[in-house]
Design a protein around this ligand. Structure first.
Ligand SMILES: [Zn+2]
Length: 387
């Protein structure tokens, strides 16, 4: 049947599109073509914002009724780095010894290809239309500033009345073997800079100055002295790390006027950004004992933790993974953030994709066996979801 897509061919063709963020590189066009031939209606959206490059995004849907399952992912990739370090060219899509090589093979053109192939197979078996709706929400801005991508595409879809029931994000979730882990949530992330202002002066006359380093050290000690928590049912313990301490003072005989420390907190569902801000400010105030002024400035793009509660949908995905791979996936919340943090405001979201081992590395690759197994997993999910 002509609407059957071969996951290896689609993944290879996508890898040959040099779609380094924010370049479209032909990847969205290629995907739109495959999906259009399979009967999806295609919506291409380019979003812009001052100071950031325009980014192309794709929304494709087949079916008009609920239930509505959406697959989310990104066609953009990180740069190849030193191309001469690659054994197989990063945008060549070469198949060698049972593996497909190239930037994006695992993160995440391979998973997109697997989902597209699974959807085509499912539709072919169902007479061309699902018993509900299948959509793909694809951005070209996941590895970049995250401004003209998923957030805006979700807002656009919401404004035109799209209602999603469940979402699967195809990010690589497995540490070493396919089937090890499904992500059902992500930790939150809060970054900021703590600035302490003292009084500049001559080191030989310290009584005329007030060294902010003394207070900064006190505050940092206070913040590092206790654990935020000991983990929760589905999350590891929250953790604060200082990532930089800066005074920028080149003189040996001057007490500086200001000192700064940058930090990041990865936190679980016992905290929110706001509760942590209150905690930080209270602890710093306690350490300052009213002796000095300080200020905490928070970075852009901080996010709260989220958890998709175990549910029939999570069981359906875990069951499909177990049947195809023979492994019982753990329900994990570890690792960095992903676009799932934006999607979770619209519908329950889980993540399952390929093996993360070579992502963002030289000679990124995916085994063809894993590509085929992931296609079978997505196919099973679709078959069960619309049964
Ligand atoms: Zn990714």
């Amino acid at each position: 049947m002509e609407n059957i897509a071969d996951p290896l061919a689609v993944a290879r063709d996508l890898i040959r599109c040099p779609s380094i963020t924010p370049q479209e590189g032909g990847a969205i066009t290629l995907l739109a073509g495959v999906l259009e031939r399979a009967g999806f209606s295609i919506h291409r959206q380019t979003f812009s914002a001052a100071g950031t490059p325009d980014v192309e995004n794709l929304y494709a849907r087949i079916g008009t009724s609920p239930p509505h399952l959406v697959f989310a992912g990104h066609t953009d990739v990180v740069p190849a780095g030193d191309e001469s370090a690659w054994t197989h060219p990063p945008f060549g899509g070469e198949v060698v010894d049972g593996a497909l090589y190239g930037r994006g093979a695992t993160d995440m053109k391979g998973a997109i290809a697997a989902f597209v192939a699974a959807a085509c197979e499912h539709l072919a078996a169902a007479g061309g239309r699902p018993k509900g709706s299948i959509s793909l929400l694809i951005t070209g801005d996941e590895e970049g500033p995250n401004i003209n991508g998923t957030v805006k595409l979700l807002q656009w879809a919401h404004a035109r009345g799209e209602k999603f029931d469940h979402c699967i994000v195809g990010e690589p979730t497995n540490p070493e073997q396919l089937g090890e882990a499904i992500k059902i949530g992500r930790r939150g992330s809060l970054s900021g800079t703590l600035t302490v202002t003292g009084k500049q002066g001559h080191v030989a006359y310290p009584h005329l100055a007030d060294n902010p380093i003394r207070y900064l050290v006190r505050m940092m000690t206070e913040l590092m002295s206790e654990s935020l928590d000991y983990g929760t049912e589905h999350f590891d313990a929250s953790n604060l790390e200082f990532t930089s301490v800066d005074v920028g003072n080149r003189a040996v005989n001057v007490i500086p006027g200001q000192a700064r420390a940058r930090f990041n907190i990865r936190f679980n569902d016992r905290h929110t950004q706001n509760s942590l801000k209150s905690w930080l400010e209270a602890r710093c105030a306690q350490a300052a004992r009213g002796d000095v002024t300080f200020e905490i400035e928070y970075a852009q793009g901080n996010s709260d933790a989220f958890l998709t509660q175990p549910s029939p949908f999570v069981d359906l995905v875990a069951g499909a993974v177990a049947e195809v791979t023979g492994r019982k996936p753990t329900l994990s919340t570890s690792g960095g953030t992903s676009d799932a943090r934006f999607i979770r405001s619209y519908c329950p979201v889980v993540e399952f994709g390929l093996i993360g081992q070579t992502m963002h590395q030289v000679d990124e690759h995916v085994s063809i066996a894993d590509l085929i197994a992931l296609t079978a997993i997505y196919r099973r999910i679709l078959d069960r979801y619309f049964s």
